[in-house]
Design a protein around this ligand. Structure first.
Ligand code: 4AD
Ligand code: MG
Length: 432
């Protein structure tokens, strides 16, 4: 008898198979017991019919507790009434390990309770669907960048630099020196682009931001492509192609997960159409002012109500181009004719999900960068290697960073970024 995974049921219709699974839920009548089974690959129903199995098998099935682990055998059948489409007619059940008083029951639980039980909450079907979408976005990311000849480069996590400013750094001891957890691998990716042309990183980044919003994590995963001989215009094309590719692959490979989450696929399809709209920072300010946002002036950064209003003015993700230099990091290339503006863009997701990409063309002028490093209060010594890149065959280059969890939150259509990562680190939470 073959041991299979639930996800492969369709290849085994009519066969008797063995499966290792957990009991997610159960209901029974006098004559029949329905077990909701999960094995990590999928969820489906196991049916135990009293007069088709020995009495002890039926009694065992009726008395299984939620999350007991079992090995079962039975015949795979089509089941047109379930979304999954298949079920198993159970013949034997062997208990591997009991589960008593599982804390997450099918009733409603509060968010704090669920977050305290995140190690168990991950087993639920909604969380499973979200992690499948996360996994698909990770898979499609590697496919996209490999296909376009990008080399995956892993920047360090312990660093001496602060590319995104000094206010939200996690400081740690590096023997007798100070070090920080990486906020962004970008500066190292610039060095890598000069060595390998087109590169991307994919790793954890850390921001000690005292933000408690549905968009902020303290530890999040970022994809940071960096491209030599590339101006901002070409980078924007890569960004929109990449994001449309992610949405298309989730549509192609995660239909079931999207159904579990109740995500409207027709809405997602709009996000695969290129190009994405663009608006300049100046136009965005004018648009907001015209629509009653009296709280914002040229030079201010956007808050989430502003981003949401701008996003709602378009059908697709929208690029906001060329922000004021004063509110952006030190490394961005200045605009050729307006010194108060830099060549950059943020991509704002639709439906109020906020910024998912930040990117820019990078400054190449040695003296400009040195002055910027000084003006931003950064330690010159720590950036000497970075300045070297402008001394030895510097070229125009551009790059961007996409926040994985914000992208998952948006594509999955869920409310809060904390459910888009297996074990979220939040302002007031490092457990479990
Ligand atoms: O806009 P950010 O800060 O840009 C950078 O770090 C650049 N160095 C990237 C680059 O050009 N290589 O961050 C990039 C993205 C944001 O658009 C957002 O999606 C995500 O990272 N992000 C966060 N996601 C979750 N929680 C946080 N606290 C985040 N901060 C940024
Ligand atoms: Mg940003």
């Amino acid at each position: 008898m073959e041991t299979i995974q639930i996800i492969d049921s369709k290849k085994h219709v009519g066969e008797t198979v063995k499966i290792g699974a957990w009991v997610a839920n159960k209901r029974s009548s006098g004559k029949i017991a329905f077990l909701q089974l999960r094995d990590g690959t999928a969820y489906f129903q196991g049916v135990v019919v009293k007069n088709e199995v020995p009495e002890e098998v039926f009694q065992l099935a009726k008395n299984l507790h939620q999350e007991t682990s079992i090995i079962l055998t039975g015949e795979i059948r089509e089941d047109s009434r379930s979304k999954f489409g298949y079920e198993i007619g159970i013949k034997t059940i062997e208990v591997v390990s009991e589960s008593r008083d599982y804390p997450i029951t099918p009733k409603e639980h509060g968010t704090d309770f669920l977050m305290d039980h995140r190690h168990l909450w991950l087993r639920s079907s909604k969380q499973h669907a979200i992690m499948q979408i996360r996994n698909e976005i990770i898979r499609a990311t590697y496919e996209f960048f490999n296909h376009h000849h990008f080399v995956k480069i892993d920047p360090p996590i312990l660093t001496g630099s602060a590319p995104e400013g000094t206010t939200d750094l996690f400081e740690t001891n590096y023997f007798d020196q100070k070090a920080y957890l990486s906020q962004s691998g970008q500066l190292y990716m610039e060095a890598a682009a000069m060595a390998f042309g087109k590169v991307f990183s994919f790793g954890p980044t850390f921001r000690a931001e005292k933000s408690k919003t549905r968009r902020h994590l303290i530890e999040f995963w970022m994809i940071e492509p960096e491209m030599a001989f590339t101006h901002q215009e070409e980078s924007l094309k890569v960004q929109e192609q990449y994001v449309a590719f992610l949405v298309q692959n989730v549509l192609d490979h995660c239909g079931y997960a999207l159904d579990v989450l109740g995500r409207d696929k027709e809405v997602l399809k709009k996000y695969t159409k290129l190009p994405f709209p663009r608006i300049s920072y100046d136009e965005a300010i004018a648009l907001l002012k015209k629509n009653g946002f009296d709280d914002i002036e040229w030079g201010d950064d956007f808050g989430s109500p502003h981003e949401t209003f701008i996003a709602n003015s378009f059908e697709q993700p929208v690029f906001i181009l060329n922000y004021p230099k004063a509110i952006k990091p030190f490394y961005m290339k200045p605009h050729p004719t307006r010194e108060e503006v830099v060549i950059c863009a943020d991509m704002i997701a639709p439906e109020g999900y906020g910024e998912i990409i930040g990117g820019s063309e990078r400054a190449t002028d040695y003296d400009f960068l040195l002055e910027q490093i000084q003006n931003h209060g950064l330690d010159e010594k720590e950036y000497s290697w970075y300045l070297d890149l402008r001394k030895y065959g510097s070229v125009p280059h551009s790059g961007f960073g996409l926040g994985l969890e914000r992208t998952v939150t948006w594509i999955a259509g869920i409310d809060h970024v904390r459910e888009a990562i297996p074990f979220p680190r939040l302002l007031n939470r490092i457990y479990p």
